[in-house]
Design a protein around this ligand. Structure first.
Ligand SMILES: [Zn+2]
Length: 398
């Protein structure tokens, strides 16, 4: 099953945070108890599941936790045991699962929680007594969550990270959404001035707040490196940097997800550069940039949504895409500072738009036999083209 994970910062009052910590402790207790049962009796998963009810009868605090959350805790033990046994059978050596001391999360399934109508708040309704908490993301995080039916939310996790709590919604993305063909195709050129330029000449910029946050992070990282080792100031600065880092990576992901979803939804075919190859063929010092992280994230999400929406998303080798004329194919050499493509055939275009048009053409050339009407990801008909689907999904799936 492919799971899409949407993460929000959880805003709670202090007593609520204590209840959350209690839920996390209880999860660890049940997991460890289940593990103990297996060690003592060789119990199977079915027994471990039943054991949850036994524990609930025996311990009031275990009883307070939602029954499915108890099951999920026992499943963690079962998962570890299963992996161990499988490796053992295969002749591989894997350490026996251990008792956990540093658990940081509690997992609910489809009960024990309720989302508010606007999906900005979630209420945990079991006996642990966490109650209603606020969900915070970037500018319009609710949009993401609102896009999915409640029945697709399979798990809700509370995770503690960097002294904060987050709520993760695991959404069943294993179904492709109905495909609406739009009759449009798009090539994308990733750039420094704009985040990308498409083959229609439209430029999309990296959001300002993200650029600002990235700059701040860099500054704080420099400050941290100047602090004396082992000092309390350094410790404080480290917490600050790790928080900022979390925030930036969440914002970056938010942006990548939304932009990619939008691009794939509104086009039937998308071609982009293969960035791994691009780093080799293009100027090295340009490649060394924070944009790299955002680009590859964006590329992965494009492939992901291509899979979800059943539309071909194709990567092409970037060689000469900015040099060649998209109309007549003549190679027009230009330096990095030349922002306009001027060809003898009369074609005058923005440099990046010309590149995006070439990228689209290259992408189409590789799938012309299978497009249109292609379902799912397209097999590359040329060995030069890289169509990646499943391997990349694993980066965001579990
Ligand atoms: Zn030309």
């Amino acid at each position: 099953m492919i799971m899409l994970v949407l993460e929000y910062k959880l805003v709670a009052k202090e007593p609520q945070e204590r209840r959350i910590a209690e839920a996390i402790r209880t999860t660890q207790f049940i997991r460890n108890k289940a593990l103990r049962l297996w060690m003592d009796t060789g119990a199977r998963q079915y027994d471990l599941n039943k054991y949850c009810a036994v524990l609930a009868k025996e311990y009031a605090f275990a009883n307070a936790l939602n029954s499915q959350a108890r099951q999920a805790a026992a499943e963690r033990a079962a998962y570890g045991i299963g992996r161990y046994l499988k490796a053992d059978k295969g002749g591989k050596r894997l350490k026996k699962p251990k008792f956990q001391k540093d658990n940081r999360s509690v997992e609910y399934k489809t009960t024990g929680w309720k989302l508010s109508a606007d999906r900005k708040r979630i209420t945990f309704t079991d006996g642990i007594g966490i109650g209603e908490v606020k969900l915070m993301g970037s500018k319009s995080p609710q949009q993401d969550l609102c896009a999915y039916e409640l029945s697709l939310i399979k798990r809700v996790r509370i995770v503690s990270k960097a002294d904060m709590f987050f709520v993760q919604f695991c959404i069943d993305a294993d179904r492709s959404e109905p495909t609406e063909l739009t009759g449009k195709m798009l090539g994308l050129d990733m750039g420094l001035a704009s985040f990308y330029t498409d083959s229609d000449g439209q430029k999309v910029d990296c959001p300002k707040f993200l650029r600002k946050a990235e700059k701040q992070l860099k500054r704080e990282q420099r400050r941290l490196s100047r602090k004396k080792k082992g000092s309390s100031n350094r410790r404080k600065a480290r917490v600050k940097v790790s928080r900022r880092h979390l925030k930036v990576s969440r914002q970056r992901k938010d942006f990548a997800v939304k932009a990619a979803r939008c691009v794939v939804k509104s086009n039937d075919f998308v071609a982009l550069e293969d960035l791994k190859v691009r780093n080799l063929v293009r100027n090295r010092h340009l490649a060394k940039s924070i944009h790299d992280a955002s680009w590859s994230l964006f590329g992965n999400w494009l492939l992901y949504y291509g899979f979800v929406f059943g539309k071909p998303v194709v990567k092409v080798p970037p060689a000469y895409t900015s040099q060649d004329c998209c109309v007549c194919g003549t190679r027009v050499r230009k330096s990095l500072s030349e922002r306009t493509h001027v060809c003898q055939c009369g074609c005058i275009l923005d440099r990046d738009e010309n590149a995006a048009k070439n990228i689209l053409r290259l992408g189409l050339a590789t799938v012309s036999e299978t497009y249109p009407g292609a379902q799912g990801n397209v097999e590359a008909s040329s060995s030069e083209t890289l169509v990646e689907s499943a391997p990349l999904l694993s980066a965001h799936a579990e």
